[in-house]
Ligand binder design. Sequence first.
Ligand SMILES: [Zn+2]
Length: 287
Amino acid sequence: MVQFVGFLLLTFGAAFASYSSYNNQRAEEESHWSYDDQNDWPELCNSGTRQSPIDIRTPSIEQSHFSPFIFSGYSERFFADVTNTGHTVRINLRNDSKVPTVEEGGLPGTYALDSVHFHWNSEHTINGRRYPAELHAVHYDVKYGNVDNAITHENGVAVFAILFEISSEDNENFNPIMPVIDEVDDTVGMTARTDQRFSPNIFFPRDTSGYYRYIGSLTTPDCNEGVIWTIFRNVLRISESQVSYFTNIQSETGLLTENYRTLQAVNNRPVYENISPLPKIHQRLVY
Ligand SMILES: [Zn+2]
């Protein structure tokens, strides 16, 4: 039954939105590696010197004063496609016209939101502490047109990472998404659409002024380097029962009970902590 519904959704997607079929194709391409064989990931994943994720050690951090982020379009409301890639749950906004963009915050250009996905447990750790989940909002420099082109350029991709802490209450902002994860969790490559619109600012903490910054890589093959990482100091909250939507995802080899890459060497890379120079009232720029 789930597969039949999936067939209908895929057919609908192919007929009405080339964006969906592009996502399905991308999910297919991603499917031939696993978290169980990280030593067998392609060359750069093992030979690279600027890999992610890392443990952020705050005692040895350098302070910086980047200008505040300017987020545009993150409070607009979108439907979204939710895909089980076999390695994560990926969310693509159905944004035919306006793509949310972000600039400043030490970024060398204007970056458009490509997609959001999740890791459980977190990939980055702070002073050795691993969080129950981590969200990655993947952005590309608009001058490169799309994320696949941007990743071949230094600073072409900027990923915003948000860590989660467990709370006893559900995070209701995720209500439009969780039931859709349930629709795709059994089938690798399956995509379903939210039946409610939501704003991508649900993926960000309210206060985005404090964050860690370093240059690293994608945390999945091919582990391309030159990625600008921003890890917000403020966390989002999620309940245990919401995390269980993630841990019910099926991969090609069974239940995807966790999907984080092992920590990588920092190798003398500078890691910055942004301290905002502005008073609090100017810092709530996502909303
Ligand atoms: Zn990720």
